[in-house]
Design a binder for this molecule. Structure first.
Ligand code: GLC
Length: 488
């Protein structure tokens, strides 16, 4: 049965990624599943993304929705908007422009600032073209941080948007879309920054700062992270601005799509299973060992990780911790991910040193990631910071026991097991160093030896609810708060 919301809202998600059309990381998963879950509750949620050259529309019914021209940085840019539908008929508006979006890359282009500025400006025009009035413009991360600013400044006197509020969600403070004076001048960004006499002006040269400064409500993807980003350790220079807006800042934990990530139906894994027949899971472990060309042996504990290889993910403490672990015990490790060459290099060295224990796949392969979730005994997330973290939640749904650092969403989702392992969901360490991680890994491996208790632990892990369900009412309150703010 579909639970109906008290007030049905029109909500436009404006985002750089939305799975399954385009995904670089967790943002894509969230923007491709939260709207669907909110629609189940009766809201009219729609999504706007750029139409990158790499988006494949095979199998999607695609129809022309509108066409318009936007004056942009001394040019007239032609925009074409096509509409496709995700599951349960969620509309996605694909914003097309030859000059800026018709390329393979999502990010990392020299003109990223311009690209996402044009995208954001175009996204604001779509509802007007359709005469569909959003109650909420919900934008995400630095790419669309300008949206709340456009709403409060450029569209201030536009009756169409007079009852529209903005919600801005931060998925990662580590990426801010910094710009300089010359870009601010060229793109007219001073209009959206704190005034020159404000002490925060000099720190506001980022798209994230513009989002925080201008939006009605700011949210992030766990309560712990919402508190962490108020500190200089996690705020990436925006802690003072965030402190100023603290009353409008909330943390809501991400969920995962339980239909999409389901070991009972997942076709990317070697054998399907569910909580009633977890013994079948072992076939995935053997398949993963085989694929990784490691000794195929159910009796050797297998650790896994699928992540972007960036500073955030804790590779610098993982490598020395695994080096010690491999030297002292028989354990295997499989990794899938791409990223910074410096991390690939150290991981490669580790795999060369222990060829029968470690295997690294430096590729982007979401199917392999799923086999890792289904095949490993222990899933690692030793992040320096982690706003929410989705991979460990998926791994848990697939029956892997997590080892995580006590930060962000990891701290909220993984309760540490006591020595008797009769409660808790995994193994948590606090300090960001290799020894602390090694301590948690040793505890996890000792627990793994106690077969019965490990089975009970796996059952608890699989039963924990990380679906969107518990977060939906929180989003509804957030949206209501945002619309209420318009009244004063
Ligand atoms: C980013 C964060 C991750 C979060 C995801 C979705 O990728 O690094 O922690 O889960 O966004 O919100």
């Amino acid at each position: 049965m579909v639970a109906m919301a008290r007030n049905s809202l029109n909500i436009l998600f404006v985002t750089a990624e939305a799975s399954p059309l385009v995904k670089a990381g967790g943002l894509g998963d969230v923007a491709g599943s939260l709207p669907l879950a909110l629609r189940q509750r009766g809201h009219d949620v729609r999504i706007a993304i750029p139409r990158y050259g790499s988006i494949n529309l095979d199998g999607h019914k695609c129809r022309r929705s509108s066409e318009f021209v936007i004056p942009f940085l001394n040019n007239q840019e032609s925009i074409i908007v096509n509409e496709v539908f995700l599951q349960n008929d969620t509309p996605v508006y694909l914003v097309e422009n030859k000059r800026y979006f018709d390329r393979q890359a999502i990010y990392g282009e020299a003109d990223d600032l311009e690209r996402f500025l044009l995208f954001s400006r175009s996204a604001m025009e779509i509802p007007k073209q359709l005469n569909w009035r959003p109650d909420i413009l919900h934008s995400h991360d630095w790419h669309t941080g300008i949206i709340p600013a456009l709403l409060t400044v450029d569209y201030r006197n536009d009756a169409f948007y007079s009852s529209c509020a903005s919600v801005y969600t931060i998925h990662n403070m580590g990426y801010q879309g910094w710009f300089d004076d010359s870009f601010a001048n060229r793109a007219g960004l001073y209009n959206y920054m704190p005034p020159p006499e404000d002490s925060l002006r000099s720190k506001s040269y980022s798209m994230v700062a513009l989002g925080i400064y201008n939006s009605d409500i700011i949210s992030t993807v766990s309560q712990t992270y919402a508190a962490e980003i108020l500190t200089s350790e996690y705020g990436f220079g925006q802690e003072t601005l965030l402190q100023r807006r603290q009353n409008s800042l909330r943390g809501i934990l991400n969920g995962i799509d339980y239909n999409q990530f389901n070991p009972a139906t997942d076709s990317a894994i070697a054998a399907n299973y569910d909580i009633g027949n977890m013994d079948k899971r072992i076939a995935n472990k053997l398949a993963l060992q085989n694929k990784a060309r490691l000794p195929v042996d159910a009796g050797i504990p297998l650790l896994g990780l699928a992540a972007r290889l960036v500073d955030q993910k804790g590779i610098d403490i993982l490598v020395p911790a695994l080096d010690s672990l491999f030297a002292e015990t028989n354990v295997q490790f499989v990794l899938q991910g791409t990223g910074d060459p410096k991390y690939e290099d150290v991981l490669k060295m580790l795999a060369n040193k222990y060829p029968d224990k470690a295997r690294m796949f430096f590729i982007l392969d979401f199917s392999l990631a799923r086999l890792i979730f289904a095949g490993c005994d222990i899933y690692l997330t030793p992040s320096r910071f982690e706003p929410c973290g989705l991979a460990h939640l998926i791994a848990m749904r697939y029956g892997a026991v997590p080892v995580v650092r006590l930060t962000g969403g990891l701290a909220e989702t993984v309760m540490d097991c006591p020595p008797d392992i009769l409660s808790g969901l995994g193994f948590v360490f606090k300090d960001y160093n290799a020894d602390a991680l090694l301590g948690a890994l040793r505890r996890a491996l000792r627990a793994w030896q106690q077969k019965d208790r490990w089975q009970q632990l796996m059952q608890r892990v699989v039963k924990a609810d990380f679906s969107w369900e518990p977060s939906l009412t929180q989003y509804e309150s957030l949206y209501e708060m945002a619309t209420r703010k318009l009244e004063y």
